[in-house]
Design a binder for this molecule. Structure first.
Ligand code: CUA
Length: 412
């Protein structure tokens, strides 16, 4: 069975095994009895059918026995349900919001995140809500699966006895990108959690707050940053671009993507829809504060939170690398992580290995393309084979990453 990290879930596993075991027993017993009856009472052996008109004890047995069995099975299910539903007093509260197609977690101090961070051995109450359609919040390792119904507030609780990363899924079909509605539960020690909770986004990686907000609000689930059309228009270089939009009354108009337009398209996307796209995006009015919306708009216009131009170019490939999680292992300042730094990588000479073989290569375009899409083929000397193959990226995305890595490359 899937690893299990929640003490209350032990009862669920127990109920599952008891019911499964009993069902298998009944299946075997009924099948064996049926075969025996076929053999014993076939026409050749037993040409004359018996005419039984009533048997008091047989009736008592087949009424009482199944009743006891069913009540027993109900009892095992009921006790496990009760353990999962009895939320301990004083549990830490986390708001969970599902939306097409990402998750948002809000902690007691107002901090938000797109992954669920939790301290170990601490009961956590999850207040569940949906802002659009029905989703289902599912942590297999916790045996917790609870529907999020729009307009209905529900709750659940979890507690992990293990530090580590666990999957969170959406378990209710909720539209085109339902399968992408995946995130992580990150269980940390109490000290690490407190540090994370009190930390500011800047301390967590120094990224732009605009980009952080866009990730948190799931913008990149539908919008690319490398110019490719997803189910929504790409957002890189959008500032000042001409857009053919459709107004709610059906008239078309060409406008320039300025701050006003961008803000409207975040807060009330249906009001000025870009021609050729469906009205799929939820309005962020009320979800995203006015101030945060301005931060996102500024970011798209190449400005920082205060409205000053960013001091570094926003390379779409760099943003993609961020979205794809490359920076979790690759630095851009020359320091070594789980993987080689992007800085100075392009054009450098490196030693690579596979299964005992070794060769020296120049990190040219072909090499970098291969190490993105088939990363486990050749491993850079001194690193573990831990990078997944990014073979599901579009050609444009890979090109965009390549052009970003090239921009950080050496002199050649
Ligand atoms: Cu949300 Cu499926």
């Amino acid at each position: 069975m899937y690893p299990q990290i929640f003490s209350a879930a032990k009862e669920v596993d127990q109920a599952f095994l008891i019911i499964l075991g009993f069902s298998v027993f009944i299946l075997v017993a009924v099948t064996v009895a049926m075969l025996w009856f076929l053999w014993r009472y076939n026409y050749k052996r037993n040409p004359k059918a018996a005419d039984i008109t009533g048997n008091f004890w047989a009736e008592v047995v087949w009424t009482v026995l199944p009743t006891i069995i069913v009540l027993g099975l109900f009892w095992t299910g009921w006790t496990s349900f009760k353990a999962m539903r009895t939320i301990p007093d004083g549990a830490m509260l986390v708001q969970v919001e599902g939306r097409m197609w990402s998750w948002k977690f809000t902690y007691e101090n107002g901090k938000t995140s797109s992954e669920l961070f939790a301290p170990v051995d601490t009961p956590i109450k999850l207040a569940l809500s949906s802002r659009d359609v029905i989703h289902s919040f599912y942590i297999p390792a916790m045996r917790v699966k609870w529907d999020l119904v729009p307009g209905m507030d529900t709750d659940a609780w979890i507690q992990s006895d293990t530090v580590g990363e666990f999957d969170i899924f959406c378990a209710e079909y909720c539209g085109l990108k339902h399968a992408d509605m995946i995130t992580k539960l990150k269980v940390m020690t109490n000290d690490d959690f407190q540090q994370w909770l009190e930390g500011t986004p800047e301390e967590e990686g120094g990224e732009s707050r605009g980009l952080a907000l866009m990730e948190e609000f799931g913008c990149f689930d539908c919008h690319t940053m490398d110019g490719t059309d997803d189910i929504a228009p790409p957002l890189n270089g959008i500032a000042g671009k001409e857009r053919l939009i459709i107004l709610p009354d059906g008239t078309k108009r060409t406008i320039k993507a300025d701050a006003n337009y961008l803000k409207t398209s975040i807060m009330d996307p249906g009001a000025e829809l870009v021609d050729g796209f469906d009205d799929e995006m939820p309005p962020y009015e009320g979800d995203l504060s006015d101030e945060d919306a301005d931060v996102v708009v500024n970011y798209l216009l190449g400005k920082d939170e205060t409205g000053k131009p960013l001091t570094f170019p926003i390379h779409p490939g760099g943003q993609l690398a961020k979205v794809e999680g490359c920076f979790k292992c690759h630095s851009i300042d020359g320091s070594s992580g789980n993987g080689p730094s992007f800085k100075g990588l392009y054009g450098s000479t490196i030693t690579v290995r596979k299964a005992g073989k070794e060769k020296t290569v120049t990190a040219d375009e072909d090499y970098i393309l291969e190490s993105i899409t088939q990363s486990s083929k050749w491993i850079a000397d001194g690193y573990a084979n831990s990078m997944p193959n990014y073979d599901d990226l579009s050609e444009e995305s890979v090109e965009s990453l390549l052009s970003y890595i090239k921009s950080l490359g050496g002199e050649k």
